[in-house]
Design a protein around this ligand. Sequence first.
Ligand code: NI
Length: 185
Amino acid sequence: MILPVYTYGHTVLRKETEEVEQGYEGLSQLIDDMFETLRKTEGVGLAAPQVGLPLRLMVVDLDIIADEQPEFKGYLRSYINPYIEETGGPLVPYEEGCLSFPGIHEKVMRPSRVRVSWLDNDFNEHDEWFEGFPARVMQHEIDHLDGKCFIDRMSPLRRQMLKKSLSLIQAGRFNCDYKVKLPKK
Ligand code: NI
């Protein structure tokens, strides 16, 4: 089932998330729905708060860019209770977008490498370093699980310049090809 994406202005995007407990009812269906939603939006990552759930859960689909980058063929991963354990490498710029901020693409600085711990769908523990594009996606999505959004990582000047666009998003005045849920006025 395709879920509506919660856009900027929803308080759920600013909440600390709860860890997913083993036996959480409907977890595998939820993960399937998040993958289906992500594919529909043509995004590469989706965090549970973006579908209205304050849960420490996210999915990543890099298979969608496998035409240009064949190393990502079949790269569909779900992460339960992921945490950034360590970062490394230089801070690097990259132009990010976010499904909760339709139309906004801005350069964000982040470390080039990141070590993440998480549980897989069987609740087995993992701990791995990510680099390159996957490191970028992990950091963006895990921020969502900490109530942070990419606009928080931009310079105050850039944020100031985006003020108008942000208020239009909040008011629901934007175009996008996927189903969204606007915040209540
Ligand atoms: Ni995002």
